[in-house]
Design a protein around this ligand. Structure first.
Ligand SMILES: Cc1cc2nc3c(=O)[nH]c(=O)nc-3n(C[C@H](O)[C@H](O)[C@H](O)COP(=O)(O)OP(=O)(O)OC[C@H]3O[C@@H](n4cnc5c(N)ncnc54)[C@H](O)[C@@H]3O)c2cc1C
Length: 609
């Protein structure tokens, strides 16, 4: 790879919205001996995903309703399982991060006086959400990438990190393999900002882009802990081309069809729920993630869809004809749905005609991926979309391993619920917090070159695809939004066995397949922690917001969980969340602190790096 043993102050892993922002911010704060390492510059969730209207959650910046940092922090905290310092920092950094994206050219809509209008999203008491359209996270990534390239920050592409190297004092480097040749190597560094995104490779039913794998095992093996790994978001998505079917995709009332092995078709929602099914399909538009609290409402759509799939049937959305029940007219719809369609001028025609009227871009989007929903049905499943948990970090987004930070979806700063769009805010706030801490503390690591030897690897007829499929099928069957304790226990045992003997079991076809081998390893090690957290939370707190356990309903007394699940290795425990901080807000005191810091920094300047 020709990198030799270069030494950097900080290595950022990942080229998503979090990774680019971490690099850009570090550079701006004077930490310049840095590089971004990525397994693929164009890979990952931020660049390759979106939805009907991809949401960015921020402090309200318009109108007269009012909002405050504390109110936003309280909303984030009330998601349950959230630490106070994370809620407060993500709220306090919201405006700064959002405005930076605006300045970088992300086209968030504003009026002629510069007010950024908002709308309401899931778990949002106000209208704090905004969007730059279906591809908000792609625009963010591209804008941040431009900023990074303009600064000449080095990007080491086609490089999968396989180990974070540590010595007694913390991080001292990384080990990697070239994704094309399998050639291994090491880089020495003092800090790592791990922005590897969500653990996307552990489920069969998944709406993460195919190009996103994840790198959570890097932190686990370096000695970091994980938080809330049982907390995920799942919802209806197309699986051929992976895309969330939220918003207008549901509001235009498509037909839900199940097809069995003999080709028999049923409209299973209507068969189970009668004309009520129409209102529930409509609601899925903005109640997209599965939620146990809606198990008797819109989440019935997820439950009934998954039931068909578990029977071995295939389920499709059909936009060419109206669903059963519609023959009695739009008047059978609940008032909310009727009014919405009326105001949108869409009380007519077939689902595709309504979609054409309300959001023609939604049709073009599939067309641009070779799928004509004017004619074709969309194969769907209830898919994993986002991990609310992740690597446990403190208020500076540092793990318990010195010099190892995590930000974006890789970090575990959310709990049971989060407002839709807050994941994108978190990519920016967390990476900025990490960059500031690195710049402020200027940690020193040992100057010794890190030393890493690859485990003994087996080559022959590759079994990686089979290993991967086995894990994903098990996770989607027993450990998704509808979980079985017995199934998870059995799977945990089998996954642990594979983890323990992985390098004896796994066979790569050639050296070029080594990156894939380490991806599969990462998926197994991460899934083991997910199962451990799920089993612990199932036994200690029963069912909770985001999932059923053995069909047990939500048991939280007021719906706000005040504990987190922390996993160390493959062992989980329940700990209380930290309270909301009550920091200094007296202006004169903060001004004095600022002066002191500035003079210390001037005294301690070491010429930048
Ligand atoms: C369908 C869908 C819709 C969504 N809609 C919304 C929404 O409306 N609002 C919202 O807030 N959030 C949404 N999300 C979630 C949000 O998009 C993600 O949480 C966010 O983009 C993650 O950004 P990131 O920078 O943390 O990670 P990513 O963008 O996933 O980047 C990870 C990077 O790390 C690299 N990488 C991974 N492992 C390694 C390794 N071992 N070595 C080297 N490189 C590695 C990857 O190649 C990639 O470059 C959605 C997600 C999906 C899937």
């Amino acid at each position: 790879m020709g990198i030799g043993m270069k030494r950097y102050d900080s290595i950022i892993i990942g080229t998503g919205a979090a990774g680019y922002n971490a690099a850009d911010r570090l550079f701006g704060l004077g930490v310049r001996n840095i590089a971004i390492v990525t397994e693929g510059r164009f890979m990952g969730t931020s660049r390759n995903t979106g939805s009907d209207k991809q949401t960015y959650y921020k402090l309200s910046l318009c109108g007269s309703e009012g909002d405050s940092v504390r109110q936003l922090a309280d909303t984030l905290y009330s998601g349950g399982g959230v630490n106070g310092e994370h809620a407060l920092a993500e709220a306090a950094y919201s405006t700064r991060c959002f405005m930076r994206l605006v300045e970088l050219g992300v086209p968030f809509p504003s009026n002629e006086f510069g007010e950024y209008a908002g709308y309401k999203t899931d778990h949002d008491p106000r209208s704090r959400a905004t969007s730059a359209g279906p591809l908000t996270s792609k625009f963010m990534t591209e804008a941040l990438e431009r900023a990074v390239l303009e600064k000449g920050i080095e990007i080491i592409d086609n490089t999968r990190v396989i180990k974070i190297l540590t010595d007694g004092s913390g991080v001292c480097g990384i080990a990697f393999v070239d994704t094309q040749t399998g050639e291994p190597g090491e880089i020495a560094c003092t800090n790592v900002v791990l922005c590897t995104g969500g653990p996307a490779a552990i489920y069969l039913n998944s709406v993460y882009p195919e190009s996103q794998s994840g790198g959570t095992s890097l932190a686990i093996e370096a000695g970091a802990e994980l938080a809330n790994m049982e907390e995920w978001q799942y919802g209806i998505a197309s699986t051929g081309f992976r895309w969330n079917l939220s918003g207008t995709y549901q509001q235009v009332l498509p037909r839900y069809i199940s097809v069995d092995a003999d080709g028999n078709e049923t409209e299973f929602l209507y068969d189970a729920l009668g004309v009520r099914s129409l209102g529930l399909i409509f609601l899925k538009g903005y109640q997209w993630p599965f939620d146990t609290r809606r198990a008797d409402g819109s989440s019935l759509v997820d439950l009934l869809t998954a039931e068909q799939i578990k029977k071995g049937n295939s389920v499709f959305l059909d936009y060419t004809r109206n669903p059963k029940g519609h023959e009695r007219g739009f008047e059978v719809l609940p008032e909310e749905a009727y009014e919405y369609l009326r105001r949108s001028g869409a009380l007519f025609g077939t689902p595709i005609e309504r979609l054409e009227k309300m959001n023609s871009g939604a049709i073009e989007l599939y067309a641009s991926h070779g799928i004509d929903i004017r004619r074709e049905r969309l194969k769907i499943a209830v898919c994993a979309q986002h991990c609310n948990g992740g690597i446990d970090v403190d208020g500076n987004w540092e793990t318990r391993v010195k010099g190892l930070y995590a930000a974006g979806e890789a970090a575990g700063t959310f709990g049971v619920y989060r407002p839709g769009g807050s994941a994108l805010n978190s990519t920016q706030a967390g990476s900025l917090r990490a960059a500031e801490h690195i710049a402020r503390t200027r940690r020193k690591s040992s100057r010794r070159a890190p030393d890493y030897e690859l485990p003994e690897l087996r080559f022959g007829r590759s079994n990686l695809a089979e290993l991967k499929a086995r894990l994903r099928e098990g996770m989607s069957r027993y450990a998704d939004f509808d979980r079985s304790t017995e199934g998870m226990k059995d799977l945990f045992g089998r996954v642990s066995d594979v983890c323990d003997k992985f390098f004896e079991i796994a066979v790569a076809g050639s050296k070029a397949e080594l990156a894939e081998l380490f991806r599969v390893y990462d998926a197994y090690v991460t899934a083991r922690t997910v199962l451990s957290a799920m089993l612990t939370s199932a036994s200690e707190i029963g069912s909770h917001g985001s999932a059923f356990v053995d069909r047990r309903p939500n048991t939280d007394p007021d719906g706000v969980r005040r504990t987190r699940t922390v996993t160390s290795g493959a062992l989980s425990r329940i700990v209380p969340v930290t309270p909301m901080p009550d920091p200094e807000l007296w202006f004169e005191t903060l001004l004095e602190r600022q002066r002191r810091r500035a003079s210390e920094a001037a005294g301690g300047m070491n010429g930048g790096q």
